[in-house]
Design a protein around this ligand. Sequence first.
Ligand code: FES
Ligand SMILES: [Fe+2]
Length: 466
Amino acid sequence: MNKPFNVPVEDLERAVTYPTEAFLSRDYLEAEKHLLWPHVWQMAERIEDIPDVGDWFTYNVADDSIIILRVAPGDGAEALRAFHNVCPHRGRQLVNTPDGVHSVRGKGRRNFVCGFHGWTYDTSGANSYILDPQDWGGALNPECTSLTPVKLGVWGGWIFVNMDLAAEPLEAFLGDAGRILSHFALDKMRYKWRKWTVYPCNWKTGLEAFMEPYHVAGTHTQLLAYGDYYAYSKAYGMHGVSGFDQRNPEFQMSQSSSVTRAGKGDDPRRSTYELIRENYETLANAASTETLVNAASRLVDELPEGTPASEIIAHWMASARRDDAARGVIWPEIPPEIMAEAGLAWHVFPNMSVLHGITFALCYRARPFGDDPDQCIFESYAIERYPEGEEPVTEWEQSEPTAENWGSVLAQDFSNMQWVQKGMKSHGFRGPLPNPHQERKITNFHRNLANFMGRGAVSLLDPAKR
Ligand code: FES
Ligand SMILES: [Fe+2]
């Protein structure tokens, strides 16, 4: 077997399986409400979405709703506050979050007034008004009358929250994923578009459809014309990465595991362009940029036939970097060894996926929808590096999962997800058999999930017992 770089041998040799209840069971979904969501760091929103003091939004997951509010200028967590969206008096939501609403948002917030009995809270979460407090005979104190705080962190331009005040710091949680991806200056990118839908599959079924390129040969067959999709995957603690694997050493370079890699065939000048163009056009103008596509289109004119793939990529990157600099988009310097380690796409536990480039990222998130294990809120969004002042104005757009709305590649993914959800219910299904080399991210996800949930352990595959 062709072994990719930096994947431990023992990981490659493990064929494993795990139970389907994580996808199918109502009881499991209910348990997630207690064991997973209240104890894990999770991305709430991009910080650029609340630029002004007083801007706020709700982040809703399972039965919990959290209010996140900007209280000061700045890019760090200290400029923000997060509270549970519940009044400590009798439990009314401070901000109504009707089912099927993505998030509730507003500006200029100076306090929160509960609609039931009028108790009021300032932006620090402290209670500032109670009707007839003397009736409690002095028993009330700030402990019981202030909003319940939620832990906050900011990384890569994303606001993360954790309901568990004893949780480890965000940076420690992100570990190597944070260390490696921080080089990409994701915090300087801005939304290009963002979409969400309620989709008929479990949130894990949805997320996992985007966690490995192993499905490209079966699902996105049109993409095979210009590139190979053989991939490695690797666990980094709670998180995991996949990248294109390189069987041909001539193509082995720091970019070769990423989406900005060389195309296959006799003339990589042409196939590199076709590969990135096809990706860009069929992924709703994501997973690349116009600058990169245009620079790739010139390769055939700017380089002689027979130029080695590594030089083609170096030339492409240099000319795109120049083109971007000319319009005020400055690329971060990413050391080649970090570029190589960064791969194609990361899973950030539990429910975030980031396919990153130097000037863009295509991201996914999935969350439960109501109490139904067969439904999820599925989201995809693209972020990109823009010249200052040229960032598009975007908002979350509820969008039916069609090719017209999401691009043909995502529509192909959508065309599997609900049928995986149905198929896994079959009495003939013995449990998932993830590819030990290419789908290790998924296995790692289930290992870590089982730690939170105390059930659903990943076990070595023993064909004799199945
Ligand atoms: S429930 Fe909020 S003031 Fe009574
Ligand atoms: Fe796909």
